[in-house]
Design a protein around this ligand. Structure first.
Ligand SMILES: [Mg+2]
Length: 126
């Protein structure tokens, strides 16, 4: 499966890579902001099985990226990583089209569980 990690923190992307590598054979792509993510998406016609999106990023933030993705693509699973401070804005993210969210800091177990349940739920309705 192909996963796109969008976060301006390389450390966070590395953590996510390590944790989500447990899902099996995963090919990761990375982007440091929303604009880079749109470029990665445009150059990956086969699409991603999951996109992890950070909220706060330079150039284009996560919520804008989510809206841009959902203009054309309602299907790709999107999970937002938010901080505790952004928790009150989770409704906004859900309205923009994220399938789920995970609050930072998270344990590896929390992240893996969140991703697994999200992917399973989406498979069930597909
Ligand atoms: Mg950030």
């Amino acid at each position: 499966m192909k996963i796109l990690l969008v976060d301006d923190s390389r450390t966070m992307r590395n953590i996510q890579k390590k944790v989500l590598g447990d899902l099996g054979a995963v090919e990761f792509s990375e982007a440091g902001d929303g604009l880079e993510a749109l470029t990665a998406i445009a150059s990956t016609p086969e699409g991603f099985n999951l996109i992890m999106v950070d909220w706060n990023m330079p150039n284009m933030d996560g919520i804008t990226l989510i809206s841009r993705i959902r203009e054309k693509d309602k299907a790709t699973p999107l999970i937002m990583a938010t901080t505790e401070a952004e928790k009150s804005r989770v409704m906004e993210a859900l309205k923009a089209g994220v399938n789920n969210y995970v609050i930072k800091p998270f344990t590896p177990e929390m992240l893996l569980e969140k991703v697994k349940t999200t992917l399973e739920k989406l498979k069930a309705v597909a």
